[in-house]
Each structure stands twice: as C-alpha cells, then as structure tokens.
Write a protein that binds this ligand. Structure first.
Ligand SMILES: [Ca+2]
Length: 353
C-alpha cells in the first residue's frame, strides 16, 4: 500500500529492537477537572473584535497582511472537563495566511495556493497530544477494539503492515505520558465521540486550517520558533542525530542536531508555542478531519475542514519523530489512509466553545 510520508518512510530497515531513551525525567500530567472558560463573555468579546475588523480580504493584497489574533481575556486559559479528559487551552479567534511562500526551503507544491483564512470563533485545543494514559482510559471505559491488523511500522526497508505492532506495543518503549501512536483517523474519531458523550461537550478533530493556525500561533516563519531548521532539536522531536545511532535507522536522513529522542518523547518534553501548545511540530503526526486535496484550490476559508476530495485519505499534520525538519514546518502537509494505524501517527483534539 502506498502511503505518502516524509523523507524517511521508504528508506528504513527495521527490526523492532527498542532503545529506551527519553522516557524519564518528565512528570506525568496532573488530571484534576478545572472550570471551563466564561463562554458568554468570550463569545461577546470575540464577536465585537471580528465585527470591527470588517470582511475578510481574500485579495492578493490580503495575503501579505500579518496574522490577526483577536485576543480576549480568556485566551490561553486552560481547563479540563473531566479527570480523564486532556487539558484544553482556549485559542483566540483570528486570521492568517495559510500555506507557504514559494521561497520557503522544503516547500512542496501542495502547500499552495496560499490563501487567507479567518477563524471567527474561539475554540479549544488540547495542550498536548493525547497520551498513552489518556488513550488507555478510553479503551478501558469503552472496550474499544483496536486490533484489526492495521498497524504500520518499518520493515524490510518499507513502511508497511507488520501485523506485529499496536498502540500498546508500537515497537519502542511508551510511557503513559508519551503520545499515543498506532492510532488511525477512524480511532481518533471514536475517541472524540466518546469524550463528547462523557463530558457533555463537543469534542472533535481539528481542521487542517485550524491546525496550521494553532501551530503558527501568530508566526509567519517556516517553524513557530523561526526559520532555523537546526533549532528543531531545541523545540521538537524529529529525525535527528540521536535517531541515526539506532541500527534500524542508519539509512535515515536526519536533522544535523540531537533532540535526545530516537522514538517518541514525552508530550511535555519540549516548550510551547505562543498559544501555549506543546508538540505542534514533531513527535507524532496529528490526524485532522480534512479529506486530502493535492492543492488548496477551493479550500474553505472559514476554518472548517475540506469535506470534499479524496476522503479515504485524511490529512495529517505536524510531522513526527521519524521526519526531518522540512516535514516539521508549520505548512507541511501529509496524509494517511483513514483506517490504518501508523506508529508515527496519533491525535490532538479540539473542543467547541
Ligand atoms: Ca528525535
């Protein structure tokens, strides 16, 4: 089965020997329920700011405008709806130019045409990727059946169905505080449905436009930390010199720096972007709700998901532990089939406010 992945997807040799790195020294996330934001105030303040801004400028001149962030008093506030639920952060409404400029190193044609997107509503995004511990709570509560032989790892120099991995045993050590992987789009949608029912609030996957907006957090550079690919090792877990020390991955192309992790890192191992979100670049790809489209022609400009296109292929964003800096960029796009469970892919969730 063909799968569109980053540069290392088709160049790997693999046995599933595990190397225990990066799994210590980070505290597990506390899990108290905490109050949700004051919604009436948040919505009223946002609506006033959006109205004052006038209509969205979709012209070429509009593309050159800087991002707009309609910050309100509740922006950045974190909360948790139940002890089992991920910690959520209030993301302010705003607008930005989605996609990458032609001159950006590592750019692919599928990152255009650039277009202005207005997200006229505040929403909440999980502060971290959904963890192994949080996923285990879901499986325990529901008995959700994961083992359908769809887990993909690297074997015989190909990224393929090995029938020997799962979210519990992806082929490398995973603590409860690391991002769950070997989870597919179908599983991710089951998780948000469960969480919605459990909490009485509407959880869902992010749209691709929301993901890039949240990943950029007001920046226009290739990465949220700037344009330096070597700084990836300071801010994200990708394919790095550490990974290249693993006998499985000697053929990898890697970033010219050491981020300390061969496989996944704890979700709080790296710093947050300006929206207070950790791991929007690297560690594990995030499934979005969008159908794959080879370009942004006809893409929604209101923050909603692209609901037409090749819907067996769902957009994944953010890059992963097996990817070089080009794939860790804020504008980088990939896809995966909706039913497969790759060991590089996990989820991050949104909540309607
Ligand atoms: Ca790494």
């Amino acid at each position: 089965m063909l799968m569109r992945r980053g540069v290392n997807a088709f160049t790997l040799c693999a046995s599933l020997l595990a190397l225990a790195v990066g799994a210590v020294g980070y505290a597990a996330q506390p899990a108290p329920a905490s109050p949700a934001p004051a919604m009436a105030e948040l919505k009223a303040a946002t609506a006033a700011l959006v109205a004052a801004a006038g209509p969205l400028d979709t012209s070429a001149a509009g593309l050159a405008k800087p991002p707009v962030i309609w910050r309100t008093a509740e922006a950045g506030r974190s909360f948790r709806d139940s002890p089992d639920a991920p910690e959520m952060v209030v993301i302010p409404a705003g607008e930005y130019t989605m996609g990458s400029p032609d001159a950006e190193p590592g750019r692919k044609a599928n990152e255009g045409p650039r277009h202005r997107v207005r997200i006229a509503y505040p929403f909440a995004v999980s502060k971290y990727a959904v963890t192994v511990g949080q996923w285990a709570a879901f499986v325990k509560d529901t008995g959700y059946e994961m083992d359908r032989g769809a887990c993909y790892f690297y074997k015989d120099a190909h990224y393929q169905n090995t029938n020997s991995c799962s979210w519990r045993t992806p082929g490398f050590p995973q603590t409860d505080n690391q991002p769950v992987v070997a989870v597919g789009w179908r599983d991710a949608t089951a998780y948000v449905a469960w969480l919605s029912k459990k909490t009485g609030h509407t959880y869902r996957l992010l749209s691709e436009a929301e993901f890039e907006y949240a990943a950029r957090a007001g920046t226009t550079t290739a990465y949220w930390w700037g344009d330096d690919p070597l700084a990836a090792c300071t801010h994200a877990n990708g394919a790095d010199k550490r990974a290249a020390t693993d006998p499985q991955f000697t053929e990898w192309r890697v970033n010219g720096c050491d981020d300390g992790h061969v496989y996944t890192a704890p979700v709080n191992a790296f710093d947050a972007n300006a929206f207070g979100l950790h791991g929007m670049s690297g560690n594990a790809f995030t499934f979005t709700d969008d159908c794959w489209n080879e370009t942004y022609a006809g893409a929604p400009v209101d923050g909603s998901a692209f609901a037409t296109g090749i819907c067996k292929q769902r957009v994944v964003r953010g890059g992963a532990w097996a990817e070089t800096a080009a794939v860790l960029r804020s504008a980088a796009r990939n896809w995966n089939y909706f039913e497969v469970q790759p060991v590089t892919d996990g989820l991050r969730i949104a909540r309607v406010l």
